[in-house]
Ligand binder design. Structure first.
Ligand code: ADP
Length: 194
């Protein structure tokens, strides 16, 4: 299984990524988590990424692409993976296509969690309270939404054209949402692979 999980900041990707990846026995590769781990360890990658993350901007494509290429080449990802937070730009889609072509692998599905803007801002401000992430202030949250709408939302049409897009309502309890994801994946044309 090779799955991309997409959705705006606050849609619940991180939570669902772990559940979905666990069910399919594949690693969840979360670019945000990898960046945050590097930030907290003070690595050169973390120092560079932090400047962009704190402003709510995307880390440059070359940096992100190299990191993902490195991660999905590792042994545990050879049989499949779930990407959480990647690709987010047109250039990242092209790079992922190249990575997959290099290994003769193909994507099975692109799951997008849909949540309305008002709910998203509430969730992110609440998360700021609970987790203390430095990019969850109201101003940065709104900027991240703008960046998502401008740079990442257009990718949905790209994957829709390829027949890979699966839209899932992201409002509800964690269990309700994951149940919808599994149902949608079984109902997709690639369900034979699951
Ligand atoms: P959210 O989905 O809530 O924005 P993430 O944890 O996925 O949170 O990402 C946090 C930050 O990490 C992003 O705002 C961005 O700065 C950086 N980041 C994560 N994934 C990417 C990516 N694919 N390309 C560029 N930057 C990324």
């Amino acid at each position: 299984m090779r799955i991309i999980l997409m959705g705006p900041p606050g849609a619940g990707k991180g939570t669902q990524a772990k559940i979905i990846a666990g069910r399919f026995g594949i690693p969840a590769v979360s670019t945000g988590d990898i960046f945050r781990a590097n930030v907290s360890q003070g690595t050169p990658l973390g120092v560079e990424a932090k400047r962009y993350m704190d402003a709510g901007d995307y880390v440059p494509d070359e940096v992100t692409n190299a990191m993902v290429r490195d991660r999905i080449c590792q042994d545990d990802a050879k049989g499949g993976f779930l990407l959480d937070g990647y690709p987010r730009t047109v250039a990242q889609v092209a790079e992922l296509d190249t990575m997959l072509a290099d290994t003769g692998a193909a994507l099975d599905a692109v799951v997008v969690l849909t949540v309305n803007d008002e709910e998203l801002v509430q969730r992110l401000l609440n998360r700021a309270h609970v987790e203390g992430r430095t990019d969850d202030t109201e101003e940065v949250v709104r900027h991240r939404q703008d960046v998502y709408n401008e740079q990442t939302e257009p990718l949905l049409a790209v994957y829709d054209e390829r027949g890979l897009l699966v839209r899932v309502d992201g409002i509800g309890t964690v269990d309700e949402v994951s149940a919808r994801v599994f149902e949608a994946l079984h109902a997709s044309p690639d369900s034979a692979a699951i």
